[in-house]
Write a protein that binds this ligand. Structure first.
Ligand code: C2E
Ligand code: CA
Ligand code: CA
Ligand code: CA
Length: 263
């Protein structure tokens, strides 16, 4: 349960006492990490399936700890349940927009949590950031997951983003039960196929062949809505070829590039 404090930011309240001392310590550490600039944004290339030309980069958070780089999977849940994802997410947006502004990236996509979308000033914040930067809003793609669908304001927010000129993608498609509803109800511009499918594609097994057929089905479905698809988690040349052959528009994965610092 997250309670909204005065300034539109969210503050963690009720569950605080239920947190273990370790969690409380980690939350404090994450807070300091943001303030001290220990968070990093890595970028991973997205390529056009047909030509393998790099067309965009996805921003992926990292936490540089003395013990090494920490994956977002290890701290995003804590950032979300505490509300800290809101300032963190805005910082990631600033970093991505900065990289676009200086021309170091052509296009960038940024992951956005449901709690960020829920902020009443989310669109206003983005509008301000974009107009300050002067970049063409179309160069920014926001990746949203189905969890945002539970937000009653979600459809309205997407339409507001569209009128801003920002594009949106439905992330992790296929990994959930409401995907079809999402696709038919929401005016998203890109479908990102869940990584678990690409991982299985190319396996010489019933599961591998089935995964490929599911991808083919998703591509057809997305095509019926006029939407391009991104297959992520592409690690082998075999997977890339199969995914291209069934019609995925874009590919992303270690085969083409690991997430890396902008430099
Ligand atoms: P995601 O949005 O589905 O991002 C793709 C994940 O797949 C990334 O994990 C990426 O490093 C990984 N990946 C890319 N190519 C390959 C591959 O070929 N093989 C394998 N095995 N993995 C690959 P990462 O960076 O650990 O991020 C995990 C999740 O954390 C992301 O999943 C996203 O949901 C979330 N996340 C990352 N950055 C942010 C952020 O700035 N804000 C929010 N709200 N969430 C973020
Ligand atoms: Ca993503
Ligand atoms: Ca994904
Ligand atoms: Ca995800």
């Amino acid at each position: 349960r997250v309670k909204r404090a005065g300034g539109g930011h969210t503050m963690f309240q009720a569950r605080q006492d239920q947190r273990s001392p370790l969690e409380i310590e980690r939350l404090g550490a994450l807070h300091r990490a943001l303030e001290r600039g220990e968070l990093r944004v890595y970028f991973q290339p997205v390529v056009l399936a047909e030509t393998r030309a790099v067309v965009a980069h996805e921003a992926l958070l990292r936490w540089a700890r003395p013990s090494g780089m920490v994956s977002p999977l290890d701290f995003i849940p804590l950032a979300e349940s505490s509300g800290l994802i809101v300032p963190i997410g805005r910082w990631v947006l600033q970093e991505a927009v900065g990289a676009l502004q200086t021309g170091r990236l052509q296009r960038a996509s940024v992951n956005v949590s449901a709690l960020e979308v829920k902020q009443p000033d989310f669109v206003a914040y983005l509008r301000g950031l974009l107009s300050e930067s002067g970049i063409t809003p179309r160069r920014l793609l926001l990746e949203l997951t189905e969890s945002s669908l539970l937000e009653p304001r979600f459809g309205k927010v997407i339409r507001e983003l569209q009128s801003l000129g920002v594009r949106t993608a439905l992330d992790d498609f296929g990994n959930g039960y409401s995907s079809l509803t999402a696709l038919s109800n929401l005016p998203v511009q890109v479908v990102k196929i869940d990584r678990s499918f690409a991982t299985r594609v190319g396996e010489d097994s019933a599961a591998g062949r089935k995964a490929l057929e599911v991808v083919r089905g998703i591509v057809t479905l997305a095509g019926a809505y006029g939407l391009p698809t991104v297959a992520e988690g592409v690690e082998t040349a075999g997977q890339a070829e199969l995914l291209r052959a069934v019609g995925c528009t874009y590919l992303q994965g270690y085969l083409f590039g690991y997430p890396a610092p902008l430099d």
